[in-house]
Write a protein that binds this ligand. Structure first.
Ligand code: NDP
Length: 480
């Protein structure tokens, strides 16, 4: 059986302990490869190789770094089809989705940040002829990049690319649940002759390898995307060590439909926001607020559209949804649905595990599920479920829905649908979330500040914000 290897100092190496654990394909439930059970010793080795490489990488010119990174992006593209298949098999998402979103984004992240680094500038503060201050933006050192399983290579490269472009070296810890494309990426780095030690990837459990990375004294900066509870743990470790920290965490995002919205567009987007990637995107619209005058019609149309979705083989291009990422996560989602019933929720459609035929019979599939009738402060409407589950809630007025939308501890993203441009501006400004979409969902521009408020995170990434995060600013004052 294939053994995934760590990537340290340009070499593919086994974990020092020699221990591995199973990697399961969620579409079939079969064990198909083995993952290194890395620990603090592997992290130590990776950090020391990244520290050595920093001495050279940070001194290269921006153009030299640009050339290396752009070449890496080209080699990623040469392995496009393999990456699509690997991501789908490892995560359960449909191949068409990996082809349309995840894999193109991997090389795009590198091209985007390599190019951005050439345009990145800093400030000058002139003191009325007495002195000039200028700000240097310098690379920091070894960046720890910890990423989740829902968009495995997409989010891994979203961190590695700006860290490198800004002149840092990296030790990355992908999710143990979806390590395969990170392993392919290691092999791609070798094929691209990417300088040794600049990128290091260590696989293993979060509470072992991930924890060792976040508490390593030679890792002064950490970019983390994942759940809010893990974010709390990492912050508790990093804060007393004064590490620079960026946390992109969970969401319970409101999707608000006003009575004057373009009805068909709002339906189409509500389906996309609820069920894309099996509902496992931090930006998914899991609370659907619909104005009471159109609630009944909207509900019928939303259920009808959801009924037409096909849950099936991720290899089949006609499957709208594939498998849930793991058995454990599937069971968590099913228990949330049970809890919603206990809280008095009505399941309008879905609500059950789906058992498919043949080799897919042990895969982890859940029907897209719509729940109605729960109050906004129910657990179902407060806690992140992170699956193909959406809860519908009626509202009467603009003021009311703003309060309802802001009633959770999260504040990652929101969507609102209305033809009234003034209302769209008012509501967008009043919603407590880092990103608001009007009449659309998940339309991403990589330049925008991206991140969450409240328990959805700390800091912003994207465009120059990422390059600011991955550099330290130093002011130099020159007396005239
Ligand atoms: P987790 O928080 O469980 O894990 C994220 C990463 O952290 C994984 O690599 C995990 O490793 C690692 N990890 C776990 N424990 C520790 C620890 N103590 N120290 C250091 N690292 C650790 O998140 P999931 O992978 O379950 O991802 C789903 C979550 O991510 C959802 O809450 C979702 O909302 C959020 N998310 C947020 C996004 C955003 O941009 N705001 C985007 C995408 C997802 P391992 O898996 O090996 O345990």
């Amino acid at each position: 059986m294939e053994k995934i290897q760590n990537y340290i100092n340009g070499d593919l190496v086994p974990p020092m302990s020699g221990e591995y654990f199973n990697n399961i394909s969620p579409s079939t439930g079969e064990v198909y490869s083995l993952i290194p059970d890395s620990d603090a010793n592997d992290i130590d080795l990776a950090v020391s190789s990244a520290k050595d490489a920093f001495k050279i990488w940070s001194k290269l010119s921006k153009n030299e770094r640009y050339d290396h990174i752009m070449h890496l992006a080209d080699v990623i593209d040469e392995h496009f089809d393999d990456l699509v298949k690997a991501e789908s098999k490892d995560n359960g998402k449909p191949e068409w989705l990996a082809r349309a979103v995840d894999i193109p984004r991997a090389s795009e992240n590198f091209r985007f940040f390599a190019t951005a680094s050439l345009h990145f500038d800093s400030e000058i503060h002139e003191m009325d002829g007495k002195a000039i201050n200028y700000t240097l933006r310098q690379p920091i050192g070894v960046a720890g990049c910890i990423s989740p399983w829902n968009l495995p290579i997409y989010l891994l490269t979203w961190k590695i690319a700006p860290a490198l472009a800004a002149g840092n070296t990296v030790v990355a810890k992908p999710s143990e649940i979806t390590p395969m494309t990170a392993f392919h990426f290691s092999q791609i780095c070798q094929k691209a002759d990417f300088p040794n030690g600049v990128i290091n990837i260590v696989h293993g459990f979060g509470n072992k390898a991930g924890d060792a990375l976040s508490r390593h004294p030679d890792v002064p900066i950490i970019s983390f995307t994942g759940g809010t509870i893990t974010g709390e743990k990492i912050a508790a470790v990093a804060a007393p060590m004064f590490k620079k920290l960026s946390l992109e965490l969970g969401g319970k995002n409101p999707n608000i439909v006003f009575e004057d919205a373009d009805f068909d567009n709002a339906i189409k987007m509500a389906v996309k926001a609820a069920f894309s990637n099996q509902g496992q995107i931090c930006l998914c619209g899991s609370r659907l607020f619909v104005q009471d005058s159109i609630y009944s019609d909207f509900k019928s149309a939303f259920v009808k559209e959801t009924k037409s979705l096909k849950v099936g083989d991720p290899k089949d291009n006609t499957s709208n949804l594939g498998a849930i990422v793991s058995e454990e996560h599937m069971n968590k989602i099913l228990s949330c649905i049970d809890h919603a019933k206990k809280e008095g929720g009505e399941i309008l459609i879905g609500g059950k595990r789906l058992v498919l035929d043949g080799e897919l019979k042990n895969g982890y599939y859940i029907e897209p599920t719509i729940i109605d009738g729960l109050s906004v402060d129910s657990q179902t409407n407060q806690e992140e479920i992170f699956g193909p589950v959406v809860s519908m809630i009626p509202f009467k007025t603009e003021e009311e829905v703003i309060d309802l939308a802001n009633s959770t501890k999260f504040g990652l993203s929101a969507s609102l649908f209305s033809r009234d441009i003034s209302r769209a501006h008012r509501v967008a400004a009043a919603i407590d979330s880092g990103v608001v979409w009007v009449n659309t969902w998940m339309l991403r521009d990589l330049r925008i500040p991206f991140g969450g408020m409240k328990s959805s995170g700390v800091g912003r990434e994207g465009g120059f914000k990422s390059l600011q995060f991955f550099t330290e600013s130093k002011n130099v004052c020159i007396k005239i």
